[in-house]
Each structure stands twice: as C-alpha cells, then as structure tokens.
Design a protein around this ligand. Sequence first.
Ligand SMILES: NC(=O)c1ccc[n+]([C@@H]2O[C@H](COP(=O)([O-])OP(=O)(O)OC[C@H]3O[C@@H](n4cnc5c(N)ncnc54)[C@H](OP(=O)(O)O)[C@@H]3O)[C@@H](O)[C@H]2O)c1
Length: 330
Amino acid sequence: MKAIIQNEDGGQLSVSEIPVPKPGKGEVLVKMIASPINPSDLAFLRGGYGPEKTFPVVPGFEGSGIVVASGGGILPKLRLGKTVACAATPKKQGCWAEYMVTSAASCVPLPPEVSAEQGSMMFVNPMTALAFFDIHHSFSKEKGKKIGIINTAAASTLGQMIIKLANREKIPLISVIRREEQIETLKNAGAEFVLNSEAPDFDETLKILAAKLDAMLVFDAVGGKLSGRLLNAVPSGSRMYIYGRLSAEECSFNPSGFISQEKQVKGFLLNHWLKNAGLLKKLQTINTVKKLLKNDFSSSVHRKFSPEEISEAIDDYKNNMSKGKVIIRF
Ligand SMILES: NC(=O)c1ccc[n+]([C@@H]2O[C@H](COP(=O)([O-])OP(=O)(O)OC[C@H]3O[C@@H](n4cnc5c(N)ncnc54)[C@H](OP(=O)(O)O)[C@@H]3O)[C@@H](O)[C@H]2O)c1
C-alpha cells in the first residue's frame, strides 16, 4: 500500500510502498478515505510529542475510512463494512496511509448524513470542545456560580466550536486572537467578545472584561508570554488550562498570581481526559459529537491534497491555519 512515512524526527515526509498491516484480535483494518492535518500532527512530526515511535513511522492521529477486515472479536465484526471515524492506536502506524490497523474501540460508525471528510475530524477538536465544557460545569459548581471562559487561538477550528457551544449554553466567552481581521470573522460566527492580544490595550481590557464576566476559566493554546499575561488579567481564584503550544515558546508567569491570588495552571490533553472520564461519559461525549457534526461541530475545509502532495499540504496548512483544515484524501 501507499503510505506517507517519516524516517527521523523533523525529517522530510515521503510516499513509500509498504505492506498492508494485518489486524490482530480486537482490531480492524480500515481502508482510509480522509485525514486532516492538525497542530498535534505538526508537533508529532517535529518530535517530542505523542506516543513513542519506531521509524519509519506513518503519522496521522485521526481520519475516516471503511472497515474492510476484522482481526476477530465481537466489536471488530460489528464494525465490518462500516464507514467510520477512526483514531490511530498508540505504538501502531497512523492514519496517513491507504490502510490502517487500529482497535475497533477507536472506530465510530458515522451517521449517513455525515460525510467521510467531516467524519475524519470527529475526534480531536469536537471531543476537546465538549471536554472543556465539562470542565466548565465542574469548575462553575466548585465556585458556586456560572463563570465565564477565556479561550485563545480562537479563530482555530476548535475555537469556533467553543464559540458555538458557549452560545448554545449561554456561557460568557472571551475569544482571544492575534490578527485584527479575525475580530469581524469571529463576530460573524456568533462571538460576542473578541480581543486582539496584539492591541496595545489588550491586558487592561481583558482584566476589566474578565472581572465583569467572572471569566475565571482560561483555555490557552498559545503558551509563551501570552499565558503569563492571561494569568495576570484574570480574577483571583481563576484556573488556566494549557492545551497547546502554538507559540513554541516557554510559558512565563508572575509567581504572585499563584501565591496571593490562588490562581492555578494545569495542562489538558484529550487522551488523559478521556481516560479519566470513564466509559459512560466517553460514550455520551461520542454521541453528542455525532449529533453536532452536521452543525456546531462541522469544520471548514480549506484545501484537499493527495498523499504525494504531502509536503505542499503541510506548507499550505502552516501558512493558512485560520482558513480551515487541510485534508489528505486517499
Ligand atoms: N491538548 C489537546 O488535547 C488538544 C486537542 C485539540 C486541539 N488542541 C490544540 O488546539 C489548538 C487549535 O487546534 P485546531 O485544530 O483547532 O487549529 P487550527 O484550526 O489548525 O488553527 C490553528 C490556529 O492557531 C493560530 N495560531 C497559530 N500559531 C499561533 C501563535 N503563535 N499564536 C497565536 N495563534 C496562533 C492560528 O491563527 P493565525 O491565523 O493567527 O495563524 C489558527 O487560528 C492547537 O494548539 C491544538 O494543538 C489540543
């Protein structure tokens, strides 16, 4: 089969012919249709992120396809012939190939009204958006009031899902972007409060707005200096989750935020959240994602590429992240 492979961390990607993998018990063979490029894929390609790799490695954390073989077991047999959203299994090869072996539990049959392309983006962002609102419910309960949220890199696919969910649940949300033109885009998408982190009055405006909206829960995908500025601006007792490192810079914080204002900083990784959520919440989350895939959770697609065009696809994605997802079609 044709597969996109990488031979070393940070190395060039190429297309090679490799054997079609065989599914073991509890696993299925998926004939891949589509897979997006996400920031987590870029981090995986750079190295130092994701499960341990054995080179040559096939990247790609999520995708969609048709289950064409079962390795045995009840769930794999039930999945046979279904068009599914699928996630790569740690220590196995990823989604960027004509075929992928993964555990049947990592495959979710797609509703007929959802395209394989939209289905290929079902896991990473929609489930993270729902996880954030689950965290919000618990944190609001802990604080005894409905608190507001601040989210950064808000013009991202995930950021736009968060805007829709916040509107649906009537939760005050401050969306932070870094390009002035994105203010209008996000307002048109339904955002009420959008702040540009590059504006000279950003820190002061954020401080005033966060106090007004009780915005004590921060989700930061950027890191670097922005994390420290956000933490300075939010009310005492706030909590910040760092869920991305788009700036690639180390975070810096003023220690008095932790000492006298009882602010907290935590990390968020979807896989860990799912592991801790338990089976019932996981199934409920998957069901909600399936229901919302056609509307709140539909991701805009900027361009599609063949596997042979992978280098161009990655460059295009890096240069136009806010224009929508770049998809590899198999
Ligand atoms: N921890 C987890 O489990 C988890 C799960 C899902 C997603 N995520 C994270 O969520 C974030 C969004 O993912 P996505 O797939 O929705 O992204 P996306 O649609 O591909 O968009 C990426 C966004 O990041 C912005 N960006 C890039 N570099 C930036 C920088 N240095 N400073 C500020 N903004 C920057 C881009 O805005 P510009 O137009 O300004 O470039 C763009 O809007 C990523 O960091 C991803 O890793 C984490």
